[in-house]
Design a binder for this molecule. Structure first.
Ligand SMILES: C[S@@+](CC[C@H](N)C(=O)[O-])C[C@H]1O[C@@H](n2cnc3c(N)ncnc32)[C@H](O)[C@@H]1O
Length: 366
């Protein structure tokens, strides 16, 4: 591998059939809800309004479920204090769906007349809210996306955990810079005494792995690699397009998550670390769809839906589009890819299971 690296575009844009295919994200949201309640109930009353920001909110119900415990606890504790809920994501997010849900029966707008909802459109690697305005910020299954799409020559793999040598160092450096930058922005936005809760995919030490760590989701990235490689072998896509494609992701270990907070003076001065941990998901940690293992068709359908929900736009724009000159061909390639992925899951089932370790970071703004 070389360390030649060109950054381009955004790492994600849009999610497909998100609500139906994001049960793993919802599991973490529900797990963190009691923590969010405790944090809010321990806070002092803000001067003007109680502002909640959900960074990388996505289009679905999970963002609503994430902010609800903060809303409810704020109402219990601070009574009539106005509440501002800000959903933050990129321009390509399905905002209409999100705001229909906010107003709908599962939403939160009916809980009180005192809630104002906002959208902050742009990258969470930039400023999203006014300085010292945020009482609690949450960020679920989102901060593992790097700030930009990465093109890096890595013919053997489509994801960070199997990179070796200079290529791994290059992406590691980008990931650490991004994490530092993300935290510096949040340090500006949180008010003193406010909290940041980040829940995302993590990695754990594993001496049997190439780089000595096992990263969440390794099965699904190996499945994507296997299918894309077979499409190269069948001359459906070029060797070069697969060789230069990499998901712009990094799932940190607890030490990697701590590093910036310990080494960067501004971050050390800004935050008290309340929790940094990586734990197996409390249920189905070894296979997010294990309940379907005896029914391979359903098992495959679940995995393809899950992968499509988070990866479709990345695969479309960064892997497949360089192989075709019109949108019809691109759609055909995508269909071919998902058909092959489905067949792989039907035949191999748990060989490509998705394991999950949750990285939880809880910080208090000093
Ligand atoms: C897997 S979804 C998670 C959505 C939601 N938090 C949940 O738990 O269901 C990841 C989200 O992060 C957003 N995202 C990724 N990079 C981002 C960035 N740099 N700035 C803002 N949002 C980003 C994506 O657009 C996407 O909506």
């Amino acid at each position: 591998m070389t360390d030649q690296q060109i950054q381009s575009g955004k790492s994600t844009e849009g999610m497909v059939d998100y609500n139906e295919n994001s049960s793993a994200q919802l599991q973490l949201v529900l797990l963190l809800s009691p923590l969010v309640r405790n944090l809010v109930s321990s806070m002092d009353e803000p001067e003007t309004e109680f502002k909640i920001v959900d960074y990388g909110c996505g289009p679905g119900i999970n963002s609503i479920e994430m902010v609800k415990p903060a809303i409810e606890t704020s109402l219990e504790k601070f009574g009539d204090q106005p509440i501002v809920v800000c959903h933050s994501d990129q321009v390509g997010n399905d905002w209409n769906t999100l705001f229909e849900l906010v107003e709908g029966p599962a939403g939160y707008s009916h809980i009180s007349n005192n809630i104002r909802t906002e959208a902050a459109i742009g990258s969470f690697y930039d400023q999203v809210a006014s300085p010292a305005s945020v009482s609690i910020g949450t960020c679920i299954f989102a901060s593992h996306w790097l700030s930009q799409g990465i093109q890096l020559y890595s013919p053997e793999t489509v994801w960070f955990a199997d990179l070796e040598g200079d290529a791994r160092l290059t992406v590691n450096r980008i990931a650490q810079n991004d994490w530092t930058h993300f935290l510096l922005q949040r340090a500006q936005e949180l008010r003193s005494g406010g909290y940041l809760v980040v829940g995302t995919l993590g990695s754990v030490p594993d001496p049997s792995e190439t780089n000595g760590i096992a990263a969440s989701g390794r099965g699904i990235y190996h499945a994507i690699q296997a299918v894309a490689k077979a499409m190269v072998d069948d001359s459906l896509i070029s060797h070069e397009s697969l060789g230069s494609f990499l998901f712009s992701l990094w799932f940190m270990t607890d030490d990697e998550a701590k590093y910036a907070l310990e080494q960067n003076d501004d971050l050390r001065n800004a935050f008290e670390i309340c929790q940094i941990s990586v734990e197996p998901a409390p249920i189905k940690a070894d296979d997010i769809f294990k309940e379907h293992i005896d029914d391979p068709d359903t098992y495959a359908e679940k995995y393809v839906g899950y992968i499509r929900a988070f990866a479709d736009s990345t695969l479309r724009t960064q892997l497949f589009s360089p192989n075709c000159n019109n949108s019809e061909l691109l759609d055909q390639l995508m269909v071919e890819f998902y058909n092959r992925l489905s067949k792989l899951y039907v035949s191999e089932t748990s060989k490509y299971a998705c394991e999950i370790w949750h990285l939880t970071v809880v910080l208090r703004r000093k």
